[in-house]
Every structure is written in C-alpha cells, then in structure tokens.
Design a protein around this ligand. Structure first.
Ligand SMILES: NC(=O)c1ccc[n+]([C@@H]2O[C@H](COP(=O)([O-])OP(=O)(O)OC[C@H]3O[C@@H](n4cnc5c(N)ncnc54)[C@H](O)[C@@H]3O)[C@@H](O)[C@H]2O)c1
Length: 423
C-alpha cells in the first residue's frame, strides 16, 4: 500500500504540482484521488502512509519551496519524504512568521440584499484568498443601522478564522479609513415613475460623497468596485470625486453579465462552464451592453464554429443576457442578489489576485476601440499584479461595432446628464 501510494505520487502528483506552479487546481484534483486511496488519517505527517502527508506535500511544497526546488523523485519517493521530514518544522515556523497582516475591506449597503450576500464570502476568504485575514467595514444609511447590527451578529456567529474585525458605521470617512478594497453596493433604487435622469442625479450625489470620503481616508492603493446602478456612471462620478487617486483604481461591475453570458453559452453548447473562456461584455451595464462571443472558446476551439447558430446568437443569446436582470425580477419578485454578490467576489478576486482568463471590466476609456476619454466602458481585460489592461486589436465586425456604439452613445448621454457632478 505504502509503495503504491508513493508511485502514484511520483507519477501524478509531482508533475501536476510542477506544471501548475501553484498548488490549487492540480493539487486539489490529486487530493480527491487520495480519497480513493482511503488511507487512515495520521497523527503526524511524518507517518509515510498518511493521507495528511500527501495533502500537505501537494498543497504546501510549491508555496514554500517554489516549484523548481522540489527534489527529483524517481519511482521511489523516499527522497521526497526525507525532504518533507526536514521541512515540517520550518514550514510550521515559517507559516506563523509570515502570516499576512489583515487588510480592510469596505462594503456599502452592507445590510442590503447584495451586500449581505457578499460579506460571508469575503470573511471566509473567497475574495482575497484563504491566507488573507480581513477586517470588514460595513457602511449603511442611518436608518439601516439596526438591521446592520443583526448582520454583524451573524458574521460573529460564523467564527471565521480570517475575520479579524468588524466596524459598522454610517460615517463615510470612518467607513473608508485605510480601506484597500471597497465594494460600493448601496444605491438608491429606481422608484415608480422615476426617470433615468433623476436616478442618475440622485445616485450621483451618493457617489460624489463616497468618492470624496475615499479620497480623504482610504488606503492610497485602494481598489474600488462600483456595483450600485447605474454602475458605470456612478463609477465615473466616484472616481472624479477622488481627486488624488488614479481613475484606474475604480471600476464598475460587468462580471454578472459576463458570468451570465458564459452560463448561456455553456447551456447552448452543452459544455462545462470551466471549458469556456474569452466571452466578452462590451460597454455599459444596461440593456445596451454587448455580450460578444466572436472570440469565445470552448475547450480551446472557437465557440461559434461549435455552436454554428448565428440566429441563436443574435435573437436569443444577446437579448437573454441583456435582459436577464428583468427576467429574474419577474420570476423572483426581487432583483438578483446572490448572483450579483458572486460576481462581485469573482471580479474583485481576479483584480486583486490576477487571472489567466480575460475578464470584462469597465475601465476609464482612453481611445481604445474608438471610445474616446470620458466614460467607464467595459473591455475584455488582462489582470496581473493588481493592474488591469484592455485586450487590444481584436477584430471588430460591423455588427459588433454597431452594438458597441449603442453602449458608447448611452454612456456619453449618462455622462452629460450628470455633467454638473463631474467638476
Ligand atoms: N452591477 C451589477 O451587475 C448589479 C447587479 C444587481 C444589482 N445591482 C445594483 O446594486 C444595488 C444594490 O442592490 P440590492 O439588491 O443590494 O439593493 P437593496 O435595496 O437590497 O440594498 C441596498 C442597501 O444599500 C443601502 N444604501 C442605500 N444608499 C446608501 C448609501 N448612500 N450609503 C450606504 N448604504 C446605502 C440601503 O440602506 C440598503 O440596505 C442596486 O443599485 C442594484 O441596482 C448592480
């Protein structure tokens, strides 16, 4: 049993770890093979038959040693075991010595439907990683502070090991103090008979105040994700008010649209979501967004070559994604909340930690794809080392250009409607 376990490790696990560089996906899938092996839990990882040992090797070695320093193992795995034996104590000491300091995350509208659904995922490590302690600053309107008390109690009751503090406040400057990651979710909903222009102005006032407070008290490297609608223009307003920060520190959430588009394509192609990439949302988070699958791939192959259904793309896929929010309200009697929270977590995670996928993010336009300066327009982006860059020079056919133009035009109209707030 012992030897066959070792052979499995040498043949499968190490190569998986080496190619992955980081342990996550490869190591996890190998861990599930360990369930199959069914070895009993061990008291110590020094017990070579231990299932815990193998998990520890796969999960920890690349993190602490770097893939290149993993010793060569042949069919016998004793060399690796010896290496791990020597490493165990220093690993433990090293882990406690290098624990990351907590970072402060602010969520506005924290007692609302989306805010509430984000908090537990942030506190459990799903946004900034399982080794990043967090302090949560929860920001609400004065009238919602009592409800927020209940949310704080629930967070406490979860006993999340990564959650190192909770501050609930209706004071913006306190709420954004030293904050490195902010989710601006709270916003005024569109009331009955309310014009879009009125909604823009009412929300504009909220986001001007929030941008100014962020400018005054937040960490200088803050990343701000605007979720509250109309998200792109609220983002423009907040970024304009944060005069000492870079506009690139702000983005508006397009990720729910991207995740919806991926799910629709997966269903049509009978494919797994994980095999789909390069789905793009261009433009505004509104019914004039352009969900684009011309560059999408399924298992590395061009999605449109597999789907071969132009009519479906234009008559079903695009309107379904554009109007998905309304369809959810019609069915649920309330707007999307858990899926919006999930998208916010995905979006900030990929911005903060990087990803090898293209992600759609609203960036301050700078002439890319003919969108002149002055708005936050969603582009396919690369995210590395905390920085976003749009994917450039993608071919744009006339149909796509027309769809993108609708969003561009709408965003400039929104900008003009709040011009007084952009000084
Ligand atoms: N970008 C997207 O993809 C996306 C998706 C879904 C919803 N949204 C938007 O997210 C926003 C929140 O949706 P929800 O379902 O959570 O709404 P909700 O009404 O359940 O909650 C909003 C919360 O925000 C609070 N709030 C309002 N103004 C505030 C302010 N100035 N400061 C602090 N808190 C404030 C309210 O008290 C409330 O608790 C809405 O604007 C909605 O349209 C965006």
């Amino acid at each position: 049993m012992m030897r066959s376990t070792g052979v499995r490790l040498a043949n499968c696990g190490i190569s998986a770890v080496r190619t992955a560089g980081r342990p996550s996906v490869a190591a996890r899938s190998f861990s599930s093979e360990l369930d199959f092996l069914g070895s009993a839990p061990a008291k110590s990882m020094k017990d070579p038959s231990s299932r815990a040992l193998w998990e520890k090797i796969l999960l920890e070695v690349p993190k602490i040693a770097g893939a290149s320093e993993i010793p060569k193992v042949g069919p016998k795995y004793e060399g690796l075991l010896k290496f791990m034996d020597g490493l165990e104590d220093s690993l433990k000491a090293g882990q406690s010595a290098v624990e990351k300091p907590p970072v402060t995350v602010a969520v506005t509208g924290a007692a609302g439907a989306i805010g509430y659904a984000t908090l537990f995922r942030i506190a459990s490590g799903q946004m900034l990683g399982p080794d990043q302690p967090v302090i949560l600053n929860l920001i609400e309107l004065p009238g919602a502070m009592n409800a927020l008390k209940g949310v704080v109690m629930e967070l406490q009751d979860c006993a999340f090991p990564l959650l190192r503090g909770i501050n609930a406040t209706d004071n913006l400057e306190q709420g954004f103090a030293d904050v490195k990651y902010a989710l601006l979710v709270g916003a005024k909903p569109r009331g009955p008979g309310m014009e879009r222009g009125d909604l823009l102005k009412d929300n504009g006032a909220i986001f001007t105040k929030q941008g100014a407070a962020i400018n005054k008290t937040a960490h200088r490297d803050i990343k701000v994700l605007v979720v509250g609608n109309p998200a792109n223009t609220n983002c423009l307003i907040a970024a304009t008010a944060a005069k000492d920060l870079s506009p690139t520190q702000f983005t508006a959430m397009m990720r729910l649209d991207q995740d919806r588009a991926i799910a629709q394509l997966a269903a049509k192609a009978n494919a797994a979501v994980k095999d789909i990439d390069r789905v793009i949302i261009w433009g505004n988070h509104s019914a004039n967004q352009y969900p684009d699958i011309h560059h999408a791939r399924i298992g590395g192959k061009r999605a449109l070559d597999l789907v071969k259904d132009d009519a479906w793309m234009k008559k079903d896929f695009i309107p379904n994604v554009q109007k998905r929010g309304a369809a959810i309200i019609a069915a649920r009697g309330a707007s999307s909340a858990a899926s919006a929270a999930s998208a916010a977590i995905h979006c900030m995670r990929d911005w903060a930690l990087g990803t090898d996928q293209w992600i759609s993010m609203a960036l301050p336009s700078n002439g890319e794809y003919g969108v002149e300066k002055g708005i936050y327009f969603s582009y396919p982006c690369i995210s590395r080392f905390g920085t976003l860059a749009p994917v450039l020079n993608l071919p744009v056919d006339p149909y796509s250009a027309e769809m993108m133009e609708k969003s561009r035009k709408e965003l400039f109209e929104e900008r003009d409607a709040v011009a007084a707030l952009l000084k």
